[in-house]
Ligand binder design. Sequence first.
Ligand code: AP5
Length: 226
Amino acid sequence: MSELNLVLLGPPGSGKGTQGERLQEELQLPYYATGDILRAAVREGTELGRAAKGYMDRGDLVPDEVIVGMIGERIDSAEAVDGFILDGFPRTVPQADALAAKLTELGRELTAVLLIDVSDEEVVRRLGGRRTCLENGHVFHLEFNPPQQEGVCDLDGSELVVRDDDKPDVIRHRLEQYEEKTSPLIAYYDGQSLLRQIEGSASAEAVADEIRRTLATLRLEADEAI
Ligand code: AP5
């Protein structure tokens, strides 16, 4: 396989960020997480951040036109020539169409869409216990991945907080938004034979193992096709 262009798809709290960080390290590919990019813009008080904040705090999606340009320029950058990992994008059918058009323009295509699937109850459990570091967005969980010192990030010592969109009523709304606007992408990518389903309710290590096995199978299939 000459390049590895991956999308991580799944409901809020399914572990896309947790697995994306691991994949970035293992595959040495750029990792573009739209939620992280938007939260950094909010922290920095940029125009993008000011435009996005209200939508994010309510658990609504930020308008497609804001997101599409933001990702398009990253995919088209020198660091992404060997591939990329997308987390949280695309999230609507128009975003998926825009991604396909951009890749066609560049003479490239997606390698696979990894759907990390978990139940709504598990989402509520994971997001309810998630704590995020104020400075750099490092992620912990009170039960599954607790910090060494309560309320303090192990990596940079900054304060751990509950994300504004991890409050119970906002979590519910994010799940509704996922169901309505993002879940149609499952059939969209399945129809293109790009979808690979990953059982997300296992431990983070077991999920990472399943993703490794899936990528190894994809490599074998690509070699056999040559
Ligand atoms: P975004 O940040 O992308 O939110 P999300 O998709 O809802 O995903 P999360 O970050 O909440 O969860 P995750 O799947 O990464 O899980 P994590 O690994 O942290 O987007 C936020 C907002 O930005 C959106 O609501 C929207 O407003 C806007 N936005 C972003 N992209 C957009 C787009 N394309 N279009 C429009 N708007 C957009 O794990 C969760 C917790 O569980 C953690 O505490 C973790 O430690 C724990 N955990 C992870 N894996 C496991 C495991 N296997 N077992 C036990 N615990 C685990």
